[in-house]
Ligand binder design. Sequence first.
Ligand SMILES: Nc1ncnc2c1ncn2[C@@H]1O[C@H](COP(=O)(O)OP(=O)(O)OP(=O)(O)O)[C@@H](O)[C@H]1O
Ligand SMILES: [Mg+2]
Length: 498
Amino acid sequence: MPFIEFQAVTKRFPGVLALDGVSFGIERGTCHALIGENGAGKSTLGKILAGVHTADGGEIRLDGRVIAPGSPLAARELGIAMVHQELAFCPNLSVAENLCLGDLPRNRAGWVDRTTLSARARAMLATIGSTIDPDARVGTLSTGQEQLVQIAAAVGTGAQIIVMDEPTSSLSAGETRELFRLIRELKARGLTLVYVSHRMEELFALCETITVLRDGQHVTTEAIAATTPSRVVSQMIGRELVARTPAHLSREPGPVRLSVRGLASPPRFAGIDLAVRAGEIVGLAGLVGAGRSEVVQALFGLDPKATGEIRVDERPLALGSVENSLAAGLGLVPEDRKRQGLVLGLNCRENTSLAALPRLTRAGWVQRAAERTLVGKFLTRLRVKMPSPEAITAGLSGGNQQKIALAKWLARDCDVLLIDEPTRGVDVGAKAEIYHLLDELACEGKALLVVSSELPELIGLCRRILVLREGRLAGELPRAQFSEAALLQLMAGVPAAA
Ligand SMILES: Nc1ncnc2c1ncn2[C@@H]1O[C@H](COP(=O)(O)OP(=O)(O)OP(=O)(O)O)[C@@H](O)[C@H]1O
Ligand SMILES: [Mg+2]
């Protein structure tokens, strides 16, 4: 008998059947992978187990007993916790206050007893081998540290089951290693983990079993040892993926469209010189904190302190004004799409056409037919899963929201496009389609500068890769010299011989 057993679990949202009679089991003390396309129902299943949503039908059994956690608190009492990607804590409170929020120790006068509070928090952090300062404000922690605190909170309150929903998507390589070490240790202590990720290597490195969902239905549950990444891909998307070489690589690039000299914004970065030609996709690599996002944000006019010289199609562009940047033909797809890229209360059509409206407007009227065609084209090609283009964006799964943010900028038809993490949180099938779309833009003569933490992505897509290290350009690699090792050496500043 499995430790956790889902039986015909069903969940309906307005216009979507998110889970359609899903049944499978999870053994105690294992790490169980959950994978599937964007919108397949992974987060929904995790949230039902953790009491965030309630199922409309079916049963969950824990150790043979039927459970129906009606709230996250009820789930906690059953020993089930979920580590969320989005902020789960109060950023203005300390780590200790957040960890002990439900049960603050008080002294005889009724004041919060700071000494006991810190000690109790330190003990909880120690259970996961973390040395994070309990008195630090949560707002000052990195995403990785905050996640560790969430895990400490779960383990410290006696959780037996932890659901992790795309935990590594904004972690640095070091933080990811730390998380993996911790997951292995938790498993050894007998905890059970449900691990949602689009990163196949992680699933194969960490998990014993894997469940594939497709369109809310259960496709398969099998031992990791008995399957392969390519088999899993075809189970999730129902077809084989063929890797193709981007077409822009076999064409000669045109004139310089974006040229940057001496871009600086101390202390974050300085001395940035670069040029991107028409028809080129240039990569910008670097470790987390190297300044990649800061550089593209400054190029787009978002950094009031930035100085330097930018030219778009040879015309000088004054820094520090998004309006000027847009008028010059520049676009930025930001990394944090939820906060910077989308209006979640608008529907999918509105979000997609938002940035293209000037182009779709004639004499003050939006050309609705043209808008529908444009929106339809991008939403179809990116395989956005939504009840209809009129559905509110907030109801879409994480990956599908990411696709809408990207569609919005692709639809605007910018001459120079800065893209920060084009495929974060996006499933493998949609990734391939995004690469194809970017390649098409390059072939049309646009200039693209792409920031990515996924080196295989830059290696597959780019003509050249620039490497940033601690706010400076550390070097450039032409396609002929691409390799993960060469890039990592530049990123970390290790000499090639080492
Ligand atoms: N709160 C909600 N309101 C309306 N629809 C929702 C809500 N939450 C999820 N859905 C819908 O349920 C389906 C499953 O969503 P879910 O978030 O579980 O997908 P997912 O597999 O986690 O995808 P991703 O890889 O993009 O995170 C999607 O079609 C989504 O639009
Ligand atoms: Mg999800």
